[in-house]
Design a protein around this ligand. Structure first.
Ligand SMILES: Nc1ncnc2c1ncn2[C@@H]1O[C@H](COP(=O)(O)OP(=O)(O)OP(=O)(O)O)[C@@H](O)[C@H]1O
Length: 207
């Protein structure tokens, strides 16, 4: 179980973006989350994947706090793959970072072997995103936060990518927080849905 307990955050002493957010995601569970633009969903995603530290609260996995292990068990897949990848590295180097990726993952996600010899700017946004999705499936991944990960794909490709993604997470019993503005998509893929604005609204908020 991944648990967020009383998580509060604000950027540089500006007003609180959210306070006392509580959320639990079970292993193998897919939770869909939507909410107003600018409300703090991506910020929460970054906190969950240890890119940002919360001002208050803690994140537990099976009741224990995470320390700064080399490979963090909560992986974030970003909306914009080019922001998540070293532009100077070949894709083969980037993919080597996440050990244990196999042919099945590549083929499910439609990754062509020849792309591995290229650098990020030599792939389309959608091709690059397939790599970022594959990269999240390292052997120590237990939870994935998927932040608008298919917004750059056409409808058919989007369906194929989610089909592959769900097969991979269910096989590995990975828990997922899927963030999107596209509620019909979330309804299709999620075990339950959360409105972030309800999750973060709290009568005790003080600015
Ligand atoms: N590094 C930063 N420094 C200061 N403010 C920031 C920073 N990053 C984001 N913000 C602000 O924090 C707020 C929440 O941003 P965030 O990206 O988390 O929202 P979101 O709910 O994911 O939005 P969207 O649905 O539009 O993607 C926004 O007002 C944004 O301008």
């Amino acid at each position: 179980m991944l648990e967020l307990k009383n998580i509060s955050f604000r950027y540089n002493r500006s007003k609180w973006l959210f306070k006392h957010v509580n959320l639990a995601i079970g292993q193998g569970e897919i939770v869909g989350m939507y909410g107003k633009s600018g409300s703090g969903k991506t910020t929460l995603a970054k906190i969950m994947a240890n890119y940002l530290s919360p001002a208050e609260g803690e994140i537990l996995i099976d009741g224990e706090k995470m320390n700064n292990e080399k490979y963090y068990p909560v992986q974030l897949i970003w909306q914009h793959p080019e922001k998540a990848i070293n532009p100077n590295w070949k894709l083969s180097t980037i993919i080597d970072e996440a050990e244990g990726l196999n042919e099945e993952i590549f083929s499910l996600l439609g990754i062509q072997k020849e792309w591995l010899n290229r650098r990020p700017h030599e792939l389309s946004g959608g091709e690059l995103q397939r790599f970022c999705i594959a990269r999240a499936f390292g052997p120590n991944t237990r939870y994935i936060v998927a932040d608008e990960i298919t917004s750059m794909f056409d409808a058919l490709t989007q369906a194929q990518i989610w089909h592959a993604f769900i097969k991979l997470v269910k096989e590995r019993n990975i828990g997922v927080l899927a963030i999107s503005h596209h509620i019909p998509l979330l309804e299709k893929i999620s075990d339950r849905l959360i409105d972030f604005n309800k999750l973060k609204s709290c009568p005790n908020i003080t600015n």
